[in-house]
Every structure is written in structure tokens, then in C-alpha cells.
Write a protein that binds this ligand. Sequence first.
Ligand SMILES: [Zn+2]
Length: 270
Amino acid sequence: MEEVEFERMEGFHKLRSLWSIEYRVTTLEPILTQAATEEAKELVDSIIGKTIPKDLPDAVPLILGNRAVITGNAVKGVFRHVISAQLREAGVPICYQGVKYTEGKPPEEWQCKPENPCFACTWFGTPSRQGALYFSFLKSVDDVEGVLAGEPIPMIALRDDYRAQRGRAFLMLAPVREGVVFEGYIRGENLSREILGALKEVQDMSERGFIRFGGFKTRGFGSVKIEITRIEEYGTTPFELRRVYEGEELQRFLEECQEAYHRLMGRAER
Ligand SMILES: [Zn+2]
């Protein structure tokens, strides 16, 4: 596959810059972050009341410290998937590490080498190699009592993995309702304009409803709007806050980064 030049990461042996990217996620649809533990089901059941014609709801959000949460790993997976798929379509070599396929192998399987990582492995890492981006948990701003959909949503189970569960013809889902705000941050080392622009690209897609978190995505769940609200850039010799991007300055900076990301895609031969 043709190599496409992108701005390489300095490596972890040299610390050139540190970044803190604060962002907000607003649910556009109900979301279910994961099938949860029995304790979480009992808690949700007690909040929404004993209206469910089953013992407990089948799926409820992940809850930590009285906040609904989305794990950093889940968020990272969505960002990695979207950016990788887009770059592949543009003709940039991106390996298939960590991509799940429901049926067989991808048509064109390619793995980058550890000494020459692809764009995705450079920034998101691999099981054996650290990435340059760290995703925090996203936590709901409001208590869990305030973020659940009022009534559990019944759903006929059609998926193969549920069909296997006998006697479960339907599921009761207790998702986070739409319009709920989560906050979190992404921290990074030696980030390039290109990867910052890629994050902005995902934000743009989310504004049109194309970014989904959690389960039951094909059933009208999980669409979220992402908004980067503040970026701090730190110098490292010595460690000091170099620049804060907010408001219009943040928008200009993100657009400049996005242009760098678009140029990267433009360098590839389709
Ligand atoms: Zn790779």
C-alpha cells in the first residue's frame, strides 16, 4: 500500500507539548452505555419506580458515583473507528488492528509495523504499544435521577445473541434520555494539528447525528453531539501553560487543524 506522509509523533522519549481537550457530549437520542450489573439495575429500577412488568430492566446505563458514565475506552473506540474508516476511504493506509468484523475477515487486511505505525496506531495506540491520547470517563453533569428516561422502553429481541436467551421475547431498556449533558476530557502528548483536526472532524459529524455511543445503535439509540469547549496547550521545558483556546479563538484553531487533517486525506491516492 502506498505510504502517505503524516506529521509523525515525536515519540514518548521527548516531551514537546502536552494537551488538555475539554469537551461536552449531549445525547440526541436515548443512550445505553452498557448492559450493567445487578446492583445498577436495582438502583435504576428503584429510581424509575416499580412499573416494569419484569423483575429488573435488562439494560441500564453504567453508573459511578451517582452519575451516568461512558467509559473512556468506549469513547476512544468510537473516535478511532470513525477516523480510521474515513482515512481508509481516502486511501491513507490504516491497519485493521482492533477492528471487529461480524462476518469473516475484512476484504483487504493490512497491519502496520511497530517501527512504522499508521496514523491510527500512532495516536490511539495498540494493545502492545501506548498511544498519545488518553480519554477520560464522560460523566453526566446531573445526578443519575435526573438523566434517566422516565419510562422503560420495551423492545422485541431480534438479535442473535438475545435470541439465545430463552424466555426473553422482549427486553426492557432503561436508557439515559435525550438532551442529557456529559463532560469529559482528552489528554495528549506531542499532538499534531492533524490529529486535533481529526477530533474536530468527528465533532462535525456528530452535529449531524452520525456519531453514536453505547448499545442498540441500530434501534435508534446512542446518537450524541460532541462539542470541544476548551483546549489547553502546555510547554514542557519548563512545564507551563502556553496557551488556552476558548470561544472564537478555539473555533479558528480547530478549523486550522481540520484543514491540516483534510490536507492529509488529500495527499492519498484513492
Ligand atoms: Zn496501525
